[in-house]
Design a protein around this ligand. Structure first.
Ligand SMILES: Cc1cc2nc3c(=O)[nH]c(=O)nc-3n(C[C@H](O)[C@H](O)[C@H](O)COP(=O)(O)OP(=O)(O)OC[C@H]3O[C@@H](n4cnc5c(N)ncnc54)[C@H](O)[C@@H]3O)c2cc1C
Length: 326
């Protein structure tokens, strides 16, 4: 079968990897690189930030095996820095302390590794999909058409998936649209000196921030750079969603000072990134949605669990579905 996979985040890449020994698989992504919400913001060759997913945990043995393979390939490692809970300058222990892993040298490394040997069409925002007797065809924003394909796999955040499927699969589009993904503002900051905090990451309470991380403490990063990533809470992000990065970043830095109770060092670089679709608070836990007659499968983290492991498991479920179409 010729299979088109829209979305080269982890779920799409895992689906592609599972199918590609038996099928002719093409991936399409609107971004300039693979990884989706596991992306890394590259400011210059020496300055990078994990601005989306911060770390991943592995509970399912299939994902643990995958993570072990990534570690063996040198594209992931355990992040062992001290992680705590911060509340108005007070530090406490988090409730659980699972093994935490990160991509190495950056969060997008596992995705880049999975994309090796795959046919990935980047910078191709798919605007319409159509189904005829010949199969599925895709048209991108640039006006290029791809296909026909025997099967279509869609791994986009729900609003984007619903938009794409509304005309061809309205029932599925309506179902997908029920699952929302919240926005999340991320502020990326490089300080001129070490932030005097005895933690490398913290869940933050009673603050506009939900999470902070000393990004440069992760394995494979340059420890001298003192780079931090701050994530705002979903409620704060929603209230400020239409503001500009220039307005958001200083407010999040002020929240960092309040949460840590320390005076912040000088800032060498700062910016903010808006994730319009970040985390699905109520994922479906079904693996994927599919229609064998249409040869259509829809998935992503929101179909399983709101985390990297959920995207991986959904990617497996998508591939298991597609092989049954033969
Ligand atoms: C701020 C933030 C923090 C997070 N923190 C963590 C964490 O600490 N731990 C954890 O486990 N998880 C975390 N997550 C969640 C984790 O990143 C996701 O669960 C996982 O990466 C989702 O993968 P996916 O393949 O399902 O979707 P995505 O990674 O979103 O992939 C979808 C892809 O579709 C592409 N796309 C969208 N529309 C189109 C179109 N029309 N045409 C072509 N391509 C299109 C996008 O560019 C994207 O690459 C976080 C996410 C965010 C945003």
């Amino acid at each position: 079968m010729k299979v088109a996979i829209i979305g080269a985040g982890l779920s799409g890449l895992i689906c592609a990897r599972e199918l590609s020994s038996q099928h002719d698989v093409r991936l399409f992504d609107k971004a300039r690189g693979v990884a989706g919400r596991m992306s890394t913001r590259r400011v210059d060759p020496d300055l990078r930030f994990d601005h989306g997913a911060q770390y991943f945990t592995a509970r399912d043995p299939r994902f643990q095996a995958e993570v072990n393979a990534w570690i063996a390939a040198g594209v992931a490692a355990a992040w062992t820095g001290p992680i705590g809970v911060l509340q108005c300058g007070e530090i406490s222990e988090p409730a659980g302390s699972p093994d935490r892993y990160v991509g190495v040298p950056a969060m997008n490394a596992p995705a880049k590794y999975l994309a090796e040997g795959q046919t990935v069409h980047l910078s191709q925002r798919i605007q319409t999909v159509a189904r005829t007797d010949a199969g599925w065809s895709l048209t991108s924003e640039r006006g290029e058409t791809f296909g026909p394909f025997d099967g279509l796999v869609c791994t986009l955040p729900t609003a984007q998936a619903a938009e794409l499927l509304r005309d061809v699969a309205p029932t599925y589009a309506a179902q997908v649209e029920q699952v929302t993904l919240n926005p999340c503002w991320a502020t990326l900051v490089q300080f001129t000196q070490r932030l005097p905090l005895e933690l490398d990451g913290a869940f933050v309470h009673d603050s506009p921030l939900s999470w902070i991380a000393r990004d440069s403490s992760k394995p494979g990063r340059s420890a001298e750079q003192e780079c931090w990533v701050l994530h705002a809470t979903q409620a704060w992000s929603a209230r400020h969603v239409e503001e500009s990065p220039d307005v958001v970043a200083p407010q999040m830095l002020a929240a960092l000072a309040a949460a840590t109770g320390v005076s912040l060092p000088g800032v060498a670089y700062q910016t903010a990134h808006r994730w319009r679709y970040s985390i699905p608070p109520e994922p479906l836990s079904v693996g994927c949605l599919s229609d064998a007659e249409m040869h259509l499968a829809i998935g992503g983290d929101w179909c399983q669990q709101a985390k990297v492991e959920g995207a991986f498991l959904s990617g497996l479920a998508l591939a298991e579905t597609v092989v049954q179409w033969e």
